[in-house]
Design a protein around this ligand. Structure first.
Ligand code: SF4
Ligand code: SF4
Length: 379
């Protein structure tokens, strides 16, 4: 039953591609491609368009990207750009507008090149979290995005429309979080690959009611205990750079060796699930700015909420060991590994930092290092 539901869930992506293909002449559906958790999807929905996640998670387009980009760049950026220039991503192809943000330097510069392929709109994300001026700039940037969407699609975004979209996105996140939280059980009902599927696939759906229906069914099925029985094993928390379908090799290697990735703190996991819009703030643009400004990404300074969140997750999910995954050339996450390893060691737990890319060239090495961590936990 669970397997069938999760397959149906993963199928949403294919279904949306078919719908966009059928709609290609009429162009009734407007599509906005996004690359980051900081993009306020609520505004896109309020403008009557469909937001779709475009972050590249596969190795297959990296060699094409390297014809324009340096080899020593993060694989996520190269994969994303590679999908754009090779025409291999239907969601990029159907996007009417691309929205980017000034998060890390590589992404920011990659968006400059993307301008020649599609209309690209880049939001200026301030990086100093505690500076009042930074927050004011972010509110202004969210308003500026609203104005661009209105101009692009010839619509008017009303405050009521934004609040309705806020309710949709917050409800979706509450539902996903409720499912994630069921993995506090031992053994966990969901594998790490299931968790990725649940957060990843919904980013491609144009039908929010279908997403709600499937999430509710997955939750009820798990609550009734209808899931495969798993053997107890080391409970691992994965943190660091985002992973998705195609770049999930670390999750797979943990589970093939008897461990369970019970929780993920990264952008494909918990990082954004706790954040809800404060509806008591009268101005919806300001309310959105508050929510998104609090995302604990390493491009922010200081990024103390990531440490708080990790500590809480380690306790709530009864974690036995932490794996931190940094994609090669991701400097901000790489620098943060020092603070993360210190926190984990203070909590008396084993910590493993892995630096990798999207290729399979280091599978043997990763397998040995992950195996050693799992053995350490078992003894
Ligand atoms: S890790 Fe940071 S830059 Fe990357 S998607 Fe998440 S929020 Fe955006
Ligand atoms: S993983 Fe790091 S370098 Fe790559 S896009 Fe995200 S923040 Fe930038």
């Amino acid at each position: 039953m669970l397997e069938k539901l999760l397959a149906e869930y993963a199928w949403m992506r294919e279904q949306t591609v078919m719908e966009l293909f059928q709609d290609r002449e009429a162009k009734k559906k407007k599509v906005v491609g996004i690359y980051c958790t900081y993009c306020p999807k609520e505004l896109i929905l309020a403008a009557g368009a469909v937001p779709v996640g475009l972050c590249g998670t596969r190795d297959e387009t990296i060699s094409a990207a390297e014809e324009h980009l340096p080899r020593n760049l993060c694989p996520l950026i190269k994969s994303s750009y590679g999908f754009a220039i090779t025409g291999k991503c239907p969601f990029f192809y159907f996007s009417d507008l691309i929205v980017g943000e000034t998060t890390c330097d590589g992404k920011k510069k990659m968006f400059e090149l993307m301008h020649s392929l599609k209309p690209v709109y880049v939001m200026q994300l301030p990086h100093l979290r505690d500076a009042e001026m930074g927050f004011e700039l972010w509110v202004a940037e969210i308003r500026r995005l609203g104005a661009r969407l209105e101009q692009e699609f010839g619509v008017e975004i009303s405050d009521e429309g934004i609040w309705e979209a806020v309710e949709i996105i917050d409800r979706e996140r509450r539902m996903v979080k409720a499912i994630y939280d069921l993995n506090r059980q031992d053994p966990p009902p969901l594998s790490g690959l299931d968790l990725i599927n649940i957060t990843w696939s919904k980013g491609f759906s144009s039908d929010r009611n279908e997403v709600f229906r499937l999430l509710a069914e997955v939750y009820e099925t798990l609550k009734r205990g209808n899931y495969p029985c798993r053997k107890p094993g080391p409970r691992i928390l994965l943190t660091g750079c985002p992973v998705g379908i195609g770049s999930e090799k670390v999750v797979r290697l943990v589970e093939e060796q008897g461990g369970h990735v019970v929780a993920m703190e990264n952008c494909s996991g918990y990082k954004r699930l706790e954040l809800q819009v404060d509806t008591s703030i009268g101005d919806p643009y300001e309310a959105l700015a508050h929510k998104y400004y609090n995302i604990p990404c390493s491009c922010m300074s200081p990024n103390t909420y990531r440490l708080e969140l990790l500590e809480r997750m380690i306790n709530d999910f009864r974690i036995d060991g932490i794996i931190e995954l940094t994609w090669q050339a991701c400097h901000t996450y790489n620098v943060e590994t020092f603070a993360i390893s210190r926190l984990v060691k203070q909590m008396g737990l084993p910590y493993l930092h892995l630096e990798s890319d999207y290729s399979n060239s280091d599978l043997g090495n990763l397998q040995v290092r992950i195996g050693a961590l799992l053995e350490l936990i078992k003894v």
